[in-house]
Design a protein around this ligand. Structure first.
Ligand SMILES: [Zn+2]
Length: 210
C-alpha cells in the first residue's frame, strides 16, 4: 500500500453495512469523486479514531487509497454530524432511497453535492426535500423532458401536471380537458411545503424508479 496513490475528498455517507468482525462497507457521495464504495477497516473497534465520523449522513474530509475498485479509508476529519433527534426522518428516508437507487457508481462529480449538503444541515425539512428531489430527478433525466409534452414547444411552458410531472405550454393547457386544477397547476404555484406535493413525488418515484 505504500506505493498507492492517496486520494482526498469530502464525502457524505449514504449507506453503511457491517462487514466481517470490525469493518464496515460504506457507500459515499464525494464532492470530487461522486458515488463510490469505501471499506472502513477496523472501524467498529472501540479505539477506532474514525468511528464517530462515518455514520450514515455524516460529512467528513477523508483520505483513502483504491484497491480493486473499492476505496479503502485511511483518515477522517468530521465536517458535520446530523442530529437525528431533530431531523425529519421521513425526509431522510426519501432522500437516501433516491440516492442509493439512482446515482450510479463513478458518476461525474455531482453537482447535487452542495444541494444535498444544504438539505442535510437544515434537518431534511419537507420543503427542502421536495425541492431537492425534483431538481435531482430533473438533472438525472428522470423527469419528462422540459418542453411542452403536447406540442413540444419550449415557449411559455408554465404548467405542470403533478401526477406525472409533464409540463405544458399555456396554449395546450387552455385546450386540455384536464379539469382537475389541483393536478394541473402553474409551475410558479407549486407549493414545496405541501403534503400533497410530497405525496405526488413519492408516487412518481415509486412508479417510475422502483
Ligand atoms: Zn404546447
Amino acid at each position: 500500500m505504500s506505493n498507492m496513490p492517496i486520494f482526498k475528498d469530502e464525502v457524505i455517507v449514504i449507506k453503511s453495512i457491517n462487514y466481517k468482525e470490525a469493518d464496515k462497507i460504506l457507500t459515499v457521495i464525494g464532492k470530487s469523486y461522486g458515488k463510490f464504495p469505501l471499506i472502513a477497516k477496523g472501524i467498529r473497534k472501540i479505539e477506532s479514531k474514525n468511528r464517530g465520523n462515518i455514520q450514515t449522513l455524516s460529512v467528513s474530509q477523508i483520505s483513502f487509497y483504491r484497491n480493486k475498485g473499492m476505496g479503502v479509508l485511511l483518515e477522517t476529519s468530521n465536517v458535520f454530524s446530523p442530529d437525528y433527534s431533530s431531523s425529519n426522518l421521513k425526509g431522510i428516508e426519501r432522500i437516501l432511497s433516491l440516492l442509493n437507487k439512482c446515482v450510479e457508481e463513478g458518476c461525474e462529480p455531482c453537482d447535487f453535492y452542495n444541494k444535498l449538503y444544504f438539505v442535510l444541515c437544515n434537518g431534511f425539512k419537507d420543503e427542502d426535500v421536495n425541492k431537492f428531489r425534483l431538481s435531482f430527478l430533473k438533472n438525472m433525466g428522470l423527469l419528462p423532458h422540459s418542453t411542452c409534452s403536447i406540442c413540444g414547444s419550449s415557449d411559455c411552458i408554465d404548467y405542470v401536471n403533478l401526477e406525472n410531472f409533464e409540463i405544458f405550454c399555456k396554449k395546450c393547457y387552455l385546450n386540455s380537458n384536464i379539469t382537475d386544477d389541483s393536478v394541473l397547476i402553474r409551475s410558479c404555484d407549486v407549493d414545496y411545503l405541501s403534503q400533497n406535493l410530497t405525496n405526488y413525488i413519492d408516487l412518481y418515484v415509486q412508479k417510475n424508479l422502483f
